[in-house]
Ligand binder design. Structure first.
Ligand code: SAM
Length: 368
């Protein structure tokens, strides 16, 4: 048995401490806490605490509002004040920038809303007539009656499943989107139309769409509406959520997206005129004839592949807006882009997923 002091929280949400110099990860802890580790799983370079006793709890520790925490694998941070979570997330991001991009003093903005009842889009698991999320450990199902981070409409869906008003049949997973007083799901209404900052956007449930509509609107107002260019290119454009605004800011707007159903909806959302919607993998599409002065990037967690980074370096647009859901790949790409002559205009964290370790980064870059 070892007494371990938690130094910091690392990506994934684990507390990091040391046993005789060797790193040990302790789940559901807060920096400054002291625990007595009773059993561990050993890996080559580190250990993971399996069972431990809290010796010195942090004053930032709270009683979780969620009754399923920490059994449920959906969230990692219900045991601390929300302000503490935000501070930890900012610290983790700054460390990622330091380690991966070699950047020490980047001013970081932070935008958040309520840590509860924020989540519009969610994917539930369904087994033997029970609906819920997968457990934090293993692959079992944690049945959920009500999820405190989901909007009311999503919780109504859960209630309707439990009370037999919605039949999921042989499905093992189901996507639900709650918005505007109703819920949308794959066996019911499959197309969602919502109004974002005064403009209508439609999408099918099988396409990517952001999960926190409140903060998405903030992001659009603050970073998309002011983005001007004579020709704007958006890579990884989805159903055209940003394009419905960007097309009004330029003489030509081109969007590239690989998923056919998203592209079909992007066509509907964006219409014609100065808009080009291209269905392709970004790597297979590089327009050599047209120069774009402004490029918006919103890649999946893997970030930009090297052909995309090299394309950006070759074309050298003046303005870049990089929206990322993975701080680690973002920091890698940022290092490359800074080396290619870009400078950071602003860098903002959007806490799209309070109570979880996920973070969204919005970074404006410019070539002087
Ligand atoms: C994080 S989502 C962003 C979508 C959109 N910007 C939005 O906010 O709704 C990433 C999108 O990139 C698409 N995608 C992933 N890899 C791609 C690739 N290599 N080429 C083109 N599109 C890709 C996915 O289908 C998804 O729609």
């Amino acid at each position: 048995m070892y007494v371990v002091e938690i130094e910091k929280i690392v990506p994934g949400g684990f507390g990091l401490g040391r046993i005789q110099g060797k790193v040990i990860f302790v789940p559901y802890t807060i920096p400054g806490e002291q625990v007595r580790v009773e059993s561990t799983v050993a890996r080559k370079d580190y250990e993971i605490a399996q069972t431990f006793q809290m010796l010195k709890p942090s004053t930032d520790r709270i009683q979780p509002l969620c009754p399923y925490f920490p059994l449920c694998g959906g969230c990692q941070f219900h045991h601390m004040e929300y302000d503490t979570e935000l501070e930890i997330k900012k610290g983790m991001f700054q460390e990622t920038l330091r380690r991966t991009a070699g950047l020490k003093e980047v001013p970081i903005g932070l935008v958040h809303s309520s840590p509860f009842a924020y989540r519009n889009r969610v994917r539930f698991h369904f087994r033997e007539d029970r609906i819920g999320f997968l457990a934090a450990k293993g692959t079992s199902l944690v049945p959920i009656d009500r999820c405190v981070v989901c909007v009311d409409e999503v919780n109504r869906f859960l209630q309707d499943v439990w009370e037999g008003r919605v039949e999921l049949g042989s499905r093992s997973e189901v996507t639900v989107f709650g918005y505007g007083g109703t819920y949308f799901w794959e066996g019911g209404i499959r197309e969602v139309t919502l109004e974002l900052v005064g403009r209508k956007v439609s999408f099918p449930l099988d396409s990517f769409f952001q999960s926190n509509v409140n903060l998405l609107e903030h992001l659009i107002r603050t970073h998309i509406l002011p983005l001007k260019g004579s020709k704007i290119l958006e890579l990884y454009g989805g159903v055209g959520t940003f394009g419905v605004f960007l097309k009004h800011n330029c003489s030509l707007y081109t969007m590239v997206e690989e998923y056919p159903h998203s592209v079909q909806y992007a066509g509907k959302n964006l219409g014609g005129g100065n808009v080009r919607v291209v269905q392709s993998r970004v790597e297979g599409w590089f327009s050599r004839k047209i120069f774009y002065d402004t490029v918006v990037l919103d890649p999946p967690r893997t970030g930009l592949s090297s052909p995309v980074r090299e394309y950006l370096q070759r074309m050298a647009p003046k303005n870049l807006l990089y929206i990322s859901c993975n701080p680690v790949t973002f920091a890698r790409d940022l290092k490359y882009l800074l080396g290619a002559g870009y400078e950071i205009e602003s860098c903002t964290l959007y806490d799209f997923y309070p109570r979880t370790t996920h973070l969204e980064v919005v970074c404006r870059l410019e070539r002087p």
